[in-house]
Design a protein around this ligand. Structure first.
Ligand code: ZN
Length: 95
């Protein structure tokens, strides 16, 4: 099935989750395995568990910044990220 229309929308959760992942795991070297595959698996698992927050690509940046400054949202995302890291570290999709 082909998408019939391209909407100028983005999920604001994506850049926020990626940013928090980089700050709290990559920069801290906190991962057992930090290969591209594990990083992607962790991000996908976390993003699938978080409700998407769609915005238009035009107002996206301001919206993302406002969300990023919300401490409650940040702690919710970090909780989900921490769980995702544990799941992937226990079951990496490579030997
Ligand atoms: Zn790996």
């Amino acid at each position: 099935m082909k998408p019939t229309r391209e909407l100028p929308v983005l999920n604001a959760m994506e850049p926020i989750v990626i940013q928090l992942f980089e700050d709290n795991y990559l920069k801290e070297r906190a991962l057992v395995c930090d290969c591209d595959r594990c990083q992607l698996d962790i991000l996908l698992l976390a993003l699938n568990q978080l409700p998407p927050k769609y915005t238009s690509t035009q107002t996206g940046e301001a919206y993302i910044k406002a969300l990023y400054l919300n401490p409650q949202l940040k702690s919710d995302i970090l909780k989900v990220l921490t769980q995702a890291v544990q799941v992937i570290e226990n079951n990496p999709s490579h030997p």
